[in-house]
Design a protein around this ligand. Sequence first.
Ligand SMILES: [Zn+2]
Length: 377
Amino acid sequence: MGRGYARTVRADGPSAASGLRLLGVFAHPDDEVFCAGGTFARYAKQGVEIMVVCATRGEAGQIRDARIATRRTIAAVREQELRSACDRLGVRHVRLLDHRDGELSDLEFDSLVGEIVAAVREFRPDVLVTFGPDGGYGHPDHVRISEATTAACFAAGDETRYREQLAAGLAPHVTSRLYHAYFPPRGMLLMQRLAQWLVGRDARFAGSPEFGYALLLLAEQTATMRYIRDHSQVRWFPAGCYVLEQGEPSDGLFLVLSGSVEVRQEDPAGAITLLRRLGPGEFFGELGVAGQRPRSAHVVAAEHLTCLVLTPAAPESFARRAKPTRHAAAPMETEALVPASRTPCAAASAAATAAALPTSCQKKRRAPSRHAERLMR
Ligand SMILES: [Zn+2]
């Protein structure tokens, strides 16, 4: 919502807002929430009468939860979600145009505009809200509904357009303001923000499976909207594989979804100490990301492992590596990165560690470094 409308309503106060009408026109159920949900809730509370027109039932949308819908039922489920959302937001009127999801661009443009003009002439809003020309993130239905609604905003007040509606008793209506939803790209790194939060905590964080799923969805959707620039993926590692290697660049944050890992620190002489074991819901890699320094320890899959991985960009086809001589020449500063209160440590000998490491599942193909050779011996 633009500032002009916000200023108008605020200056007049809630009671004066009564009588104002706000119309939102969107392509799919859920567009109304992420485009203007906060705006609708705010102005509904101030007495503004709000209507949402939705062009489709969203039947082509992704079904994430198999317990909630099938391809057969998705249209009805999403319509109900639209109505429930509008109810919670204080939107009093919902109208479905019942076009097919994904096919708005195939419709005859003037016909689609005419349907929106009819809604405008009936509801007679003071303000219209729809997508901007970019459709939020380029969805063709969003782009089309933006074009059609923008055209309808001007056509509704023109008595020479859609005269059959006027003959049927509707009057032309001029909407005083049209707003396009705009999503400013921020390019934020979610992994950096998460890492800073994690290292600032007094105790290690452990999230539920629901937390992991919510974080995955958040990362995917906010990346789609260009709010963040992280690349998110779910990766699987067989038991015994290196996930991170001490000394390599810190270019990712990991959340364990299933399985467990061992965090092992190697001293300049090659001796290995087991720092901790981490399981589902726990992050690793945050120390290097937050401090923008190389990995301070090895992380090895203790059993078959699934992780959500956030990286600044899609993984490269080759991995950058610390030089094999790094540990001997420049011992890692690790003590400050491993608070004693968080490390229920158990010592593990280099021999025991080596025995647990198969040689065939190195995460990245390369000639073994000197310390890797020691581990594999
Ligand atoms: Zn949509």
